[in-house]
Design a protein around this ligand. Structure first.
Ligand code: NCD
Ligand code: ZN
Length: 345
């Protein structure tokens, strides 16, 4: 296949940051995606509807002229989130879900949730008002191996949660394991999952073989090859529970290339090209549109996009460096060749 035209996709998991950094990255997402679910892990986090509405205005103001990108906002769940805030979120046209970060699980998760059970009344309110719950599904216990954190979270926390709240819509974000893919596949309707391009393309060798490669470090961390294969199988099989979420997460280069490099891969510069590369590797380009453009919109009960976007087979070189506010950003696979290119419609 030399050319692929599909309904314009959406990104159901995106970090845009704020201020000058945001101005440098938002155009990459807006170039490809019509909409994106915007993660609330700013510092301080976006915990209220009023803050989400203000953040959304800052995103819109940072867009290039003529861009039609629609940011879909989320609120950051904390130990002190009030029931009233859930009710306000349910009423708000701007907010599309709550994001649950276990405290300490990932970048900017210090204000996250320390225990789930005390929040059960909030989940009941979300269930009653049909507000989706988006979950970073990893335990943080120091005795649990970092490669097992997703699976243990599912067993200990997610399985009981989805049984206890049978109508709550839940997205298990950026799944990385066979257990995650199978849990979502086998669970009741209303449970979905996003999958990143980097988890479809790479296993943990990319991170550790031949040297420590900080630009492959994200959370949840890359896993073994059989897990990557299971994610690919989930992404291409047409199951509406699985949809595109880049988890594109920009960080200044010096914070990733450091004795304690931070987690997050920036993929927005070539997101759809990276997904196309993954789907093509298993001869499944014909399955890309449903995964990228239909399943997420259907899950969030939003209309599917009507514009189209074209990918062409054409070799080009990914940028070496980008700018991020006053800093340098090393994009994912910086300087590497790639075989697909979005040709602007
Ligand atoms: C994300 C970030 O940098 O905000 N990092 C990451 O490794 N994915 C946070 C997150 O989604 O876990
Ligand atoms: Zn994320």
């Amino acid at each position: 296949m030399q050319k692929l035209t599909l309904t314009q996709p959406d990104d159901w998991h995106l970090h845009l940051r704020d201020g000058a950094a945001m101005r440098d990255v938002v155009r990459d997402s807006a170039r490809q995606f019509a909409r994106a679910i915007i993660m609330p892990n700013l510092r301080p986090p976006v915990t209220r509807v009023t803050e989400a509405a203000a953040y959304r205005q800052r995103i819109l103001a940072a867009l290039p002229e003529g861009s039609r990108f629609d940011p879909l906002m989320t609120l950051y769940l904390t130990d002190t989130t009030a029931t009233d805030e859930v009710l306000r979120a349910a009423e708000s046209p701007v907010v599309h879900g709550f994001k649950l970060y276990p405290a300490g699980a990932t970048t900017h998760s210090e204000a996250g949730v320390s225990q789930l059970e005390p929040l059960y009344p909030l989940f009941a309110t979300m269930e009653r008002h049909d507000v989706p719950l988006l979950i970073h599904g990893e335990v943080t216990d120091s005795d649990i191996d970092i490669f097992d954190r997703e699976q243990v979270f599912i067993d200990r926390h997610l399985a009981p949660l989805v049984n206890r709240f049978p109508a709550l819509r839940v997205v298990l974000e950026h799944i990385t394991t066979r257990e995650g893919a199978h849990f979502v596949r086998d669970s009741r309707p209303g449970i979905g999952a996003t999958i990143t391009a980097h988890h479809l393309l790479y296993n943990r060798n990319a991170l550790l073989a031949g040297g420590i490669r900080p630009h492959f470090y994200c959370l949840p961390v890359l896993k073994r090859e059989p897990h990557r294969q299971a994610l690919l199988a989930a992404a291409i099989n047409g199951n509406p529970k699985f949809f595109l979420g880049t988890d594109s997460a920009p960080h200044p280069r010096q914070q990733k290339e450091s004795p304690c490099g931070c987690a997050g891969c920036y993929t927005a510069h070539a997101a759809l090209e990276l997904y196309a590369t993954a789907f093509e590797s298993v001869n499944a380009l014909d399955r890309l549109e449903a995964f990228a453009s239909f399943h997420g919109a259907d899950f969030y009960r939003l209309p599917r996009n009507t514009r189209q976007i074209t990918l062409e087979k054409s070799s080009w070189q990914l940028p070496q460096q980008l700018t991020l506010g006053g800093d340098t950003l090393t994009p994912f696979l910086s300087g590497a060749p790639i075989e697909w290119r979005v040709s602007t419609p």
